[in-house]
Design a protein around this ligand. Structure first.
Ligand SMILES: C[S@@+](CC[C@H](N)C(=O)[O-])C[C@H]1O[C@@H](n2cnc3c(N)ncnc32)[C@H](O)[C@@H]1O
Length: 267
């Protein structure tokens, strides 16, 4: 039944509220790492604007009437510019739809969720944010790496490795004041390691690189700082991956990990 003044005629539109946007954090990839709130938002969406990373498997479980728009980016290749994504969100919401913007991990951690929220608010569109399970913590965790651990690391510094490290990140590894977690760092790993070594970091500092966390393709490469670039090249490490530098990345800190599950670690 349509109501006066609503976006009548658009299947599934929320005529009473008008259009709106929900920015949803989809977690690292496994569908069962979506939150219940994220799942509910997806089930009630008229339109889902989806990334390449994250819980894309959930797209197969949407109602048949849900319109899915793919805007996923690959490294160095941005098929749909951010401004165009913003425009799609605003236009579809203005047409009366509940638009879910499904993003990898958490929308506000290197997710450009803030920019999308601002674009919607400036256009007068109601926006809700659903936090997601970020890869920065969950991907190391699934490989048996706690980003903090009593006696080993009592802080964590999360940064982008795109193009190398900034001074603050270099200081963290050199001084060993916290675990350094690097997203988007695979193609710059050699630069990152050289920066840290040149700054005086212990060459034996443990490094773990976790690819495709939470998916069947999850793989962990353990190495040390001065061997990290060679080890990654030898193993054919590729994005998406989370790089962890610091004592928590040492092999066997919590016990062994098999298929993303801790085995015999008693945790
Ligand atoms: C643009 S950032 C988005 C991060 C996201 N907002 C989050 O909170 O996880 C993309 C980077 O996240 C990391 N990443 C995301 N999902 C991953 C996964 N399943 N396994 C390994 N790394 C992942 C990689 O470093 C990738 O290059």
């Amino acid at each position: 039944m349509s109501e006066p003044g609503g976006a009548a005629g658009l299947p599934g539109s929320d005529h009473r509220r008008g259009g709106r946007v929900t920015l949803v954090g989809g977690g690292p990839g496994a569908v069962d790492l979506l939150t219940l709130r994220a799942w509910r938002a997806l089930q009630s969406a008229d339109v889902v604007v989806a990334d390449r990373l994250g819980a894309v498997g959930v797209l197969d479980d949407l109602p048949a009437t849900t319109d899915v728009v793919h805007v996923g980016k690959t490294s160095g290749n941005h098929p749909v510019p951010q401004e165009e994504i913003n425009r799609i969100l605003v236009a579809r919401a203005r047409a009366g739809a509940h638009v879910v913007r499904l993003k990898g991990g958490d929308p506000f951690l290197f997710g450009r969720g803030g920019e999308e929220l601002i674009a919607c608010r400036e256009a007068g569109i109601e926006v809700e944010v659903v936090p997601g399970v970020t890869s920065a913590v969950s991907v190391p965790e699934l490989a048996g790496i706690p980003v903090t651990h009593r006696g080993t690391a009592h802080g964590v510094h999360i940064t982008s490795g795109h193009g190398g490290l900034d001074d603050a990140a270099v200081a963290v590894v050199r001084e060993n004041t916290a675990t350094l977690v690097i997203l988007m760092g695979v193609s710059s790993l050699s630069t990152i390691a050289q920066q840290a070594l040149r700054a005086g970091t212990d060459p034996a500092t443990p490094v773990a690189i976790v690819e495709n966390g939470s998916t069947p393709a999850q793989r962990v490469t353990r190495t040390r700082l001065d061997e990290a670039a060679a080890a990654a090249a030898a193993e054919g490490v590729a994005a998406p991956a989370v790089i962890v530098i610091g004592g928590v990345a040492a092999d066997g800190l919590l016990g062994s990990v098999r298929d993303g599950r801790l085995a015999g670690a008693g945790v």
